[in-house]
Ligand binder design. Structure first.
Ligand code: SAH
Length: 401
């Protein structure tokens, strides 16, 4: 047997190997005693205990706090085309055979979610005939031609478009820009269908990978509360919660987002779905909530789905103040027996912390609050038991007295 190509050996400090035997994929600099063989960034390395036993194989990056991302615990496995192909196939099998998300040619779903699919740093979303890919690890970015080709093969899409996550240059040394990776350039508008609702996706201009697939099931659940109601969709992006509400027969739907592009996209989606009565406001949500409260406006359902507020512990207190402020204004806008939908995609904020924010704010506002549902993302955004840091999205639904 030809032995796998390995460019270096990374020796761990004594007593630091246990998480990696436990298959956690991130080896931080602090756990490393020494590196032998002078591996280039992106090269394959073996991680070994302080006595030299093989622990796992991964990709090295001196520019990242995550010095090695681990991909295989099998010493005979090469991190080659066949390896990535089989990992991606496993990820697709979950979406196709278990979750049955590929029921129509215009379906949209997350194909690969980084650590959750044992491919740390690789995110792939499918929008009908097209795929969007993010390389959030240098080692994968360096293998992007190979990975792009595999994605095209295993999904049978016409083209794969690369989107670059904000900050990944600084965190990982990735120098990519958005652009076509392989196949044909996607059209300016891809129309997908989600639970019978059409969404236009602009892969080139859109935020993140173009659409927030993680809220699919939450949008459907919230729609059940919206028939005949006055609904405020705050941080609406392409109109997700609002479109579902309008389709469910809401009496009034107001979408608010500060991004011009997002508002245009949401308006386009209202047209596509023939939902002419939705209203759209381009404004900062904090300001808009203040003016709506000042004007004495009332709603029956308020959805708050802000972007990530904190990336590190340092900014956590400020993030929690932001959530508290949103909940406070949301409660003021809700009539008696209204429904609050509070989402949070900051991984550092746990479900318990978010419940606490709501509980304290409800008491301060002298409103009864009943938790009806505590939810996570749709199942195409799983969490691996070996890397629970991947859990990030919370969606709390409650009745306000
Ligand atoms: N609910 C959406 C996803 C929301 S993503 C869905 O179901 O698809 C978060 C959105 O918040 C983005 O569209 C972004 O433009 C918007 N945003 C970020 N900060 C904002 C602010 N301060 N005021 C208004 N919108 C904001």
């Amino acid at each position: 047997m030809i032995s796998p190509v390995v460019a270096g050996q990374v020796f761990l400090k004594p007593k630091r190997a246990q998480p990696f035997y436990g298959r956690h994929p991130w080896v931080f600099a602090g756990a490393i005693d020494r590196v032998e063989g002078d591996p280039a960034d992106g090269a394959v390395v073996d991680v070994r205990s302080h006595v030299g036993s093989f622990v796992a194989r991964g990709l090295f990056n001196s520019q990242s706090k995550i010095r090695v991302r681990l991909y295989s615990w099998d010493e005979s496995a090469d991190l080659d085309d066949a390896f990535f192909r089989s990992r991606l196939q496993r990820a697709i099998d979950l979406r196709h055979n278990v979750l049955k998300l590929n029921t129509s040619p215009d379906a949209a779903y997350r194909v690969c979610f980084s650590e959750a699919d044992f491919l740390s740093g690789l995110v792939v979303d499918r929008y009908g005939d097209w795929a969007a890919v993010q390389f959030n690890a240098l080692g994968l970015s360096e293998r992007q031609e190979m990975i792009g080709k595999i994605i095209q093969d295993v999904l049978g899409v016409r083209g794969v478009y690369r989107k670059v996550e904000k900050g990944v240059g600084k965190l990982e040394g990735v120098k990519d820009v958005d652009g076509l990776l392989c196949g044909e350039l996607p059209p300016p508008e891809i129309v997908v269908s989600e639970n019978g609702i059409k969404f236009a996706i602009n892969l080139v201009e859109g935020q993140k990978t173009g659409f927030f697939l993680d809220q699919r099931d939450n949008r459907a659940t919230v729609a059940k509360f919206c028939g005949g109601k006055r609904v405020l969709d705050a941080f609406s992006y392409s109109g997700g919660f609002g479109l579902y509400a309008a389709k469910a027969g809401a009496a009034e739907v107001v979408c608010v987002d500060s991004s011009e592009g997002a508002v245009m996209l949401a308006m386009r989606n209202a047209d596509l779905n023939r939902l002419p009565s939705m209203a759209f406001t381009k404004n900062d949500v904090f300001q808009e909530l203040d003016s709506l409260v000042a004007a004495g406006r009332k709603f029956d359902v308020v959805v708050l789905d802000p972007p990530k507020f904190a990336r590190d512990q340092h900014s956590l207190p400020q993030a929690l103040r932001g959530y508290r402020r949103l909940v406070q204004q949301g409660l003021k806008l809700l009539d008696r027996d209204g429904v609050l939908v509070k989402c949070c995609c900051t991984g550092l904020v746990t479900m318990e912390m978010l419940e606490e924010v709501i509980a304290q704010t409800a008491v301060a506002e002298k409103r009864d609050f009943q938790f009806l549902d505590r939810r996570g993302p749709s199942a195409d955004h799983p969490v691996s038991a070996t890397c629970r840091e991947g859990a990030y999205l919370k969606c709390i639904i409650g009745r306000v007295g």
